[in-house]
Write a protein that binds this ligand. Sequence first.
Ligand code: URA
Length: 246
Amino acid sequence: MSAVRLDKYLAQSGQRTRSEAVRAVRAGQVRVNDVIARDPAAKVKDGDVVTLMGEVIGDDALQYYLFYKPSGVLTAARDSHAQTVMDLLPEALSRRKVLPVGRLDKDTTGLLILTNDGTLAHSLLDPKRHVWKRYIARVEGRLDESDVRAFEEGIQLSDFEAKPAKLAILEAGDETSIGEVLVREGKFHQVKRMFGACGHEVLTLHRAAFGPLTIPEGMQPGDHIKLTDEQLSLLRAAVASEETHA
Ligand code: URA
């Protein structure tokens, strides 16, 4: 929903006719995000919570966002010490319980999906669903074919065996290299630990894709967009299909 007039929003919800909606607003019966709205022409935006005589009405549908996470913020709802991704998003999203799907480390950048659709979130994180995530990692040392094979075979870590993943070497240098990794699990520090097990410390990590979704051109760290119907369909199809490459 793009911004829509409050009286129209109330009328569209089926709760009041347009003229009744105007009267309800003028009578102080309508609140937007807990503040009494006095102007029927005020704009209601995505994520705003509108109540009529205390009852939430209107657009309470499930919501889906793509966020370009910058480095240095936690993927958490709120934290008393550090900045979180929710601090960088409109408050209306927290009110609607639109939360990140999975986590990126504080220093990892890139694509984060946020939703209040718990069922889809759960499926997206389920390793059995084969939803691939694509990362670009700059690592210490020279990546070579032995690393590619190790990722292909799966890597035994101290507490679990990372399932087979795909590593493509984008740049190989004596000091640092750049690798593109496809994984479908999302265990804590998984990509960093897989590289670590191969003797390469990760210097920077960026998630470029989650299933079929990539960061749209021109989007900057800290930006968010609402998923289009097409993007959402692709995401749902990714969860439903056997194997989805990022
Ligand atoms: N793997 C990691 O090690 N860190 C992330 O943030 C995401 C995947």
